[in-house]
Design a protein around this ligand. Structure first.
Ligand SMILES: Cc1cc2nc3c(=O)[nH]c(=O)nc-3n(C[C@H](O)[C@H](O)[C@H](O)COP(=O)(O)OP(=O)(O)OC[C@H]3O[C@@H](n4cnc5c(N)ncnc54)[C@H](O)[C@@H]3O)c2cc1C
Length: 505
């Protein structure tokens, strides 16, 4: 007879906190700092051994909207300033498609994020996996966690699900959705890696060649392309995207056995990591990120793609002849997983029309950027500065549960904009602050007065639409503005690449 010999014991007596944050990615770090700074007894539990999640891998995009208005301020901006002070971030640079971007040193962000959490007075548990949710009627009262030391119950007035997968919501029986409406497919995931040893001048010259296909959104606007090309001379960090013909040529020569048809990534530079490319080109299709067997298979495939991509860069991409692999991200980049259904499901129309809501507690302005779930390249739609309401951060049908980051209550299309790092952090700041006010006033988060919350957020530097100002003409001098009616998307739509590595179920 098979027996389980589980020697682990319940580690300690149950603990109780005001605010429990599950997941220490971009959203979770901001939620934790905000909750603790606003006086709540706050605990962050994270299954990995570092903070930052997937944000500790990437440049941060989208502080500005596509008109160059700064729509994200508050904690995310403070985090960038802290990083800049230790040589862990470059300057914030504008970009006509993505609004803006800043290169962040992955390891310095891991260090600084933990400092910020500890300075705020919050507690952290690493290597701690949430495995169960505790409910009392309609109310979530806490979670069960598993660690090498055993099993523990943590009770909280408010649980903020920043797991990126909506794990707590799923365990608690709250409503969630996954993928696009038609077939449930999520955006293609990517294992990001960085290349060092890039000759920036040679690489820029290739981008500036109007026949290269760099930033193909600009093809119908030669004057704007010329403006963009001139701006490259002034910056060290810039978005890539394009070079379709170059990949085609490499494929014909048998040198591009990977399922991507464009160079996707960002040329990044910080004082401590100069002249690198963050390559965002591995991908698998048909992944359900909550299925461990499929995740394992996906890892096998993306790791297999990396050496092929490194060889491609060295052989075919100007300026990359001596490039070398610096680092592979510590986790597969899952762009989209469960989205928790909240009191308001933010739709794409709100983003495209720049809608504002009376209970807005965060803002975004990043384009709708869908890495095609069953094709290559991206589906992109321009947006206007939009508001994210408190109701999209509060789970429907259950009390005491909030969410921020990738599992925000929004549609497949809307999450493709709200998912970028600064916007996830702005949501985290709002959720953490709301949870702290709930603890202070002894109420459920659903009873928190949205006006009072908005006042605290504004006082603490967040942008919720009340202090939005037109862009500084000096700052945007020479940066091209993509017309709102510009071609929204390019490349083949939903044509799955057939290479062996693509994997379509
Ligand atoms: C490949 C890729 C490229 C991207 N490129 C950019 C870019 O260049 N710039 C940009 O701004 N944005 C980019 N994004 C988007 C952005 O990085 C993410 O959407 C954002 O960082 C998500 O933050 P998050 O906190 O919601 O989730 P995550 O970063 O996924 O954090 C979730 C955390 O929860 C933990 N966790 C999960 N389940 C549990 C559990 N049960 N118990 C305990 N802990 C748990 C995880 O370990 C993780 O640390 C990219 C995304 C991907 C996937």
């Amino acid at each position: 007879m098979e027996m389980t010999m589980d020697a682990r014991v319940q580690r300690t007596a149950d603990r109780t906190v005001d605010v429990l944050v599950v997941g220490g990615g971009a959203a979770g770090v901001a939620a934790t700092v905000a909750a603790a700074r606003n006086g709540a007894d706050t605990l962050l539990v994270e299954r990995a051994g570092f903070l930052g999640g997937i944000s500790a891998t990437l440049p941060w995009l989208g502080f500005h909207d596509q008109r160059y208005q700064q729509v994200v301020k508050g904690l995310p901006l403070e985090f960038v300033r802290r990083l800049q002070a230790v040589g862990g971030a470059g300057p914030i640079t504008l970009d006509p498609k993505c609004g803006s971007l800043v290169a962040v040193h992955p390891h310095l962000w891991k260090i600084v994020s933990l400092q910020l959490v500890r300075e705020a007075g919050a507690h952290v548990m690493f290597h701690t996996l949430v495995t169960e949710a505790l409910r009392d009627g309609d109310r979530i009262t806490g979670v069960v966690v598993e660690t090498k030391s055993g099993r523990e119950r943590i009770h909280a007035r408010t649980v903020i699900d920043c797991s990126g997968d909506g794990d707590v919501a799923a365990m608690a029986g709250a409503g969630w959705e996954k993928g696009r409406t038609a077939d449930g497919l999520v955006q293609a995931p990517t294992l990001v890696f960085r290349l060092g040893g890039v000759d920036d001048a040679a690489f820029k010259r290739a981008c500036q060649d109007p026949t290269s296909g760099y930033r193909e959104w600009f093809a119908p606007y030669p004057d704007l392309f010329a403006q963009m090309a001139a701006k490259l001379d002034e910056v060290d960090t810039y978005v890539l995207g394009g070079f379709a013909k170059l990949i085609e040529r490499a494929r014909e020569a048998g040198d591009a056995d990977f399922p991507q048809t464009r160079i996707v990534g960002v040329k990044v530079s910080t004082p401590n990591s100069p002249q690198e490319i963050s390559v965002v080109m591995t991908r698998v299709l048909g992944l359900d990120p909550t299925d461990v067997d499929l995740m394992t298979e996906a890892y096998t495939r993306v790791y297999d793609q990396i050496p092929r991509l490194v060889s491609f860069f060295r052989k075919w991409v100007p300026g990359c002849e001596h490039a070398y692999l610096v680092e592979i991200a510590p986790m597969l980049g899952v762009r989209e997983s469960r989205r928790i259904v909240g009191d308001y499901v933010l739709p794409a129309e709100d983003l495209v029309t720049g809608a504002r809501h009376p209970d807005d507690v965060a803002m975004g302005g990043y384009h709708i950027d869908i890495h095609r779930p069953s094709g290559s390249w991206v589906e992109s739609y321009n947006v206007q500065a939009y508001g994210i309401p408190l109701r999209s951060l509060v789970a429907a049908g259950v009390d005491g549960l909030m969410m921020a980051g990738k599992c925000l209550s929004a549609t497949h299309e809307a999450v493709a904009s709200t998912r970028v790092i600064p916007i996830c952090m702005a949501q985290g700041q709002a959720a953490g602050t709301a949870a702290a006010l709930a603890a202070r006033d002894g109420v459920s988060v659903r009873e928190v007065d949205a006006e009072a919350l908005r006042a605290v957020l504004v006082e603490q530097g967040a942008e919720i639409g009340t202090t939005l100002t037109p862009p500084d003409p000096e700052e945007i001098d020479g940066w091209p503005l993509l017309p709102q009616e510009a071609e929204q998307t390019t490349g083949e739509r939903d044509t799955a690449t057939t290479g062996e590595a693509a994997w379509v179920r």
